[in-house]
Ligand binder design. Sequence first.
Ligand SMILES: Nc1ncnc2c1ncn2[C@@H]1O[C@H](COP(=O)(O)OP(=O)(O)OP(=O)(O)O)[C@@H](O)[C@H]1O
Ligand SMILES: [Mg+2]
Length: 322
Amino acid sequence: MVSGKGGTGKTTVAAALALALAREGRRTLLVEVEGRQGIAQLFGAEALPYEERKIAVAPAGGGEVYALAIDAERALLDYLQMFYKLGSAGRALKKLGAIDFATTIAPGLRDVLLTGKACEAVRRKDKAGRYVYDHVIMDAPPTGRITRFLNVNDEVAGLARFGPIHNQAQAVMKVLKSPETAVHLVTLLEEMPVQETADGIAELQAAGLPVGRVVVNMVRPHHLDEEALGSAAGERRADVAKALSRAGLGGSRRGGLAERLVDPLLAQAAEHTGRVKLEREQRSVLEGLDVPTYELPLLGTGMDLAGLYELATELRKQAVDE
Ligand SMILES: Nc1ncnc2c1ncn2[C@@H]1O[C@H](COP(=O)(O)OP(=O)(O)OP(=O)(O)O)[C@@H](O)[C@H]1O
Ligand SMILES: [Mg+2]
């Protein structure tokens, strides 16, 4: 499960993780549940139908990434078909509006259908008895909703205390709370996402759900060493002017290029220094959470397939380094 504050890179990280885990001929399934076709967009593919289809081949060893956009209505029909063998009766139900009830009136039921479909993919085996997917990765709802989304037992408790829905919720909960599952939280080195990460971890742990990693995304490179950061913060204009002259940029006479460069450079350096300081504070907050982290760089060129592979390689490197 990949969650995190909105816009921090959940979809991107989920996709990179699916690629990274598809190493050495493994097969992963990347699922989304919010009906936004974020995965298709990211891979430059057509909108995903309610059908698992191969969306990418992994960089190492020819593993495969499949993708699926889970839709609650279709998941309900699947479910009815599986448990009651309702074929055309399912279609009739749809006409009667039973599906509307399930997908719009009872959000808890909607969630158990979405997580239930993912769990079905987790447990699915082929004829030879092997798991069809080595890993199932969900681009999950954001931190503010993740615990409620996953806590399907509580969600349907008011709806069904026994019977098939209750049993389904129990079965799903068993998978979600097992060590087979991990909820990863994506964050940036900024105050709000880090705070949401801290709150999210506390909520997940209180609900007995397995917290995986914090993925620190879009980490910027630091260009200045400690000494340079010091002079930037101290606005040592003379030092900067001299250094520019040494670098052959315009000599040190008044009005020279070096002098004209000093102020804009100091302004940029001050901004950078402020950002580094803020990032360090947030990093120490994250360290205090005592959850292992992965770090992904900010890619300068915008996100495309090549960028995704780069992030996947980065994840693999960090997993191997441990
Ligand atoms: N490491 C990165 N380097 C550069 N750009 C990135 C990186 N990670 C994500 N992005 C970009 O940031 C934007 C947000 O990423 P993404 O859509 O994955 O976030 P999200 O958490 O899924 O958002 P939402 O909450 O809207 O679903 C996208 O434009 C994506 O391409
Ligand atoms: Mg997204």
